[in-house]
Design a protein around this ligand. Structure first.
Ligand code: FAD
Length: 464
């Protein structure tokens, strides 16, 4: 346990997933950390229902958790998901594997449990203090002062800071403060679709009611349902659909319409959702949006990471993973530019380099996440899409140093998102060309494939 020391104090706004894991890695380096968190301590209060109860954790997030020495504790919390289990309209199911190697899986994890673990791990260093019920309302960069509203005393308090990192999520107050100073871009792009959480309980003997090691999808074109397994043999189910319009959260506004909608579209789910009506009408409807902003930092005083910098739609399961990867980059910059032993700190370089390196990647995963919504709700049932998936695996088998399916680059490797996006575009064109006038993998001209791969794809560095 580190002693309170002479190292600088870093202030974080928000003790969510990114803030609390960032605190662990700062504390590990000997920095003192103070966090202001708007909510009460979730270790003492139950989490509110209906808000993204579980998440898909993948390679990028796992890498940062390993750097924080937390994977031993996280591993027992994980349920592997080996692929997408597609549920057709007639109730038939088929699995589309995510990867083709045993280790190419993603993991379902409880958001609350992971968050609590990170908070406790941060506090265990002894140089981290989390102030709960403390909402940051304003930042005065000239005086280096925060206005914190204490929800318990209902009073404003002034706190000075040296460096502040905004880990306060998609409606970030730190982002607003930075952009009040010099905004080039601070764009919120609503998706027009929202989400609602429902749940499938375990059966009467406490077992899973569907295949546990899969992410289940009911793709229905303009909307879809997904379900992720939980450790207690339940599933968290999420309905994604337009906020307004003919088939939307607005239009499905009474029990009859809800029952009719489910009978027509998700009839195999009805017996699994005993509390459908209560959950649909009582759980909140979340709105989805992409946030892109520039810059992500202000001088040597402030930086944004996680959703505060890049809130993305959840369809690639990368929001948290990307936020964790921001932390890895921030720590690499700290290790390069700062030295606690000699008390030399170049926060300007740390913040501006992190900003410069992460922003293109934040934008790339934001784009890929939107594309993945269309893939999940629509393309997964298209025979051409299925053929191209199969061919992508085959090309990866034959030329693993050059052709890696885009999904795999994003989920199972750590090359920058921007590179995965660019290579993905080239690969998509190759797959399109090779499959344009055929229906089965046996008809593929692999000599031509070899030529295209060699001509267009350099050797890839998957884990720089
Ligand atoms: P948050 O988790 O939003 O945490 C921000 C924290 O800051 C909160 O504790 C909040 O109370 C606090 N705060 C906010 N404002 C203030 C303030 N003014 N003062 C003090 N404290 C403040 N990502 C994945 O990687 N995989 C998935 O499968 C996945 N699924 C998702 C499903 C859904 C339906 C949604 C909505 C998101 C999903 N995500 C997923 C994204 C993921 O939830 C976010 O990327 C992640 O929570 C970001 O973490 P964060 O710490 O940056 O922000």
């Amino acid at each position: 346990v580190a002693e309170k020391n002479q190292a600088p104090t870093i202030t974080l706004i928000g003790a969510g997933l990114v803030g609390s894991l960032c605190a662990v890695l700062l504390a590990k380096r000997g920095y003192n950390v103070v966090i202001f968190e708007r909510r009460a301590d979730m270790r003492e209060q139950s989490m509110s229902a209906g808000r993204s109860i579980n998440l898909a954790l993948s390679n990028r997030g796992i890498h940062t958790l390993k750097q924080a020495d937390l994977m031993d504790q996280v591993e027992p919390m994980l349920t592997p998901m080996r692929g997408r289990m597609i549920h057709d309209l007639n109730g038939e199911q088929h699995l589309q594997p995510y990867g083709q190697r045993a280790e190419e899986v993603i993991y379902s994890v409880s958001r609350g449990d992971l968050n609590k673990l990170c908070m406790t791990a941060a506090e265990a260093y002894g140089n981290v203090t989390i102030h709960f019920n403390s909402r940051c309302d304003a930042i005065d960069f000239d005086k280096q002062q925060l206005t914190i509203y204490n929800e318990l005393t209902e009073q404003n308090e002034q706190h000075s800071f040296e460096q502040v990192i905004g880990t306060d999520g998609s409606a970030s107050s730190v982002r607003n403060a930075i952009h009040a100073r010099h905004s080039q871009q601070n764009i919120v792009e609503p998706l027009g679709h929202g989400y609602k959480e429902l749940s499938i309980p375990p059966d009467s003997e406490g077992n899973f009611q569907m295949e546990p090691e899969a992410l289940h999808i009911w793709p229905r074109g303009g909307y879809m349902i997904i379900a992720l397994p939980n450790k207690d043999a339940s599933f968290t189910v999420t309905l994604f659909m337009p906020n307004e319009g003919e088939l939307s959260f607005d239009s499905i506004d009474n029990k009859n319409r809800l029952q009719q909608f489910f009978k027509q579209q998700f009839s195999d789910l009805i017996p699994l959702l005993p509390n459908l009506e209560t959950e649909y009408f009582n759980n909140p409807t979340g709105r989805l949006a992409t946030v892109r902003c520039n810059p992500w930092h202000y001088q040597d005083l402030a930086l944004l990471i996680g959703d505060a910098a890049h809130a993305i739609v959840p369809f690639h399961g990368q929001g948290m993973n990307c936020g964790f990867e921001d932390i890895t980059e921030l720590m690499a910059q700290i290790d390069q530019h700062n030295n606690c032993q000699t008390a030399q700190f170049n926060w300007q370089a740390v913040f501006s380099e992190t900003d410069k390196l992460r922003q293109p990647n934040g934008n790339a995963i934001a784009d890929m996440a939107i594309e993945n919504y269309i893939e999940m709700r629509d393309s997964v049932n298209d025979p051409k899409f299925v053929l191209q998936k199969e061919l992508a695996f085959e090309l990866e088998k034959r030329w693993p140093d050059q052709f890696v399916p885009r999904y795999s680059m994003v989920m199972f490797h750590r090359l920058p998102y921007r590179d995965a996006q660019q290579r993905g575009e080239t690969q998509k064109a190759i797959l399109k060309e090779l499959t344009q006038s055929i229906d089965t993998i046996e008809q593929v001209d692999f000599d031509h494939a070899k030529h295209l791969v060699n001509e267009q794809l350099l050797k890839v560095n998957l884990n720089p």
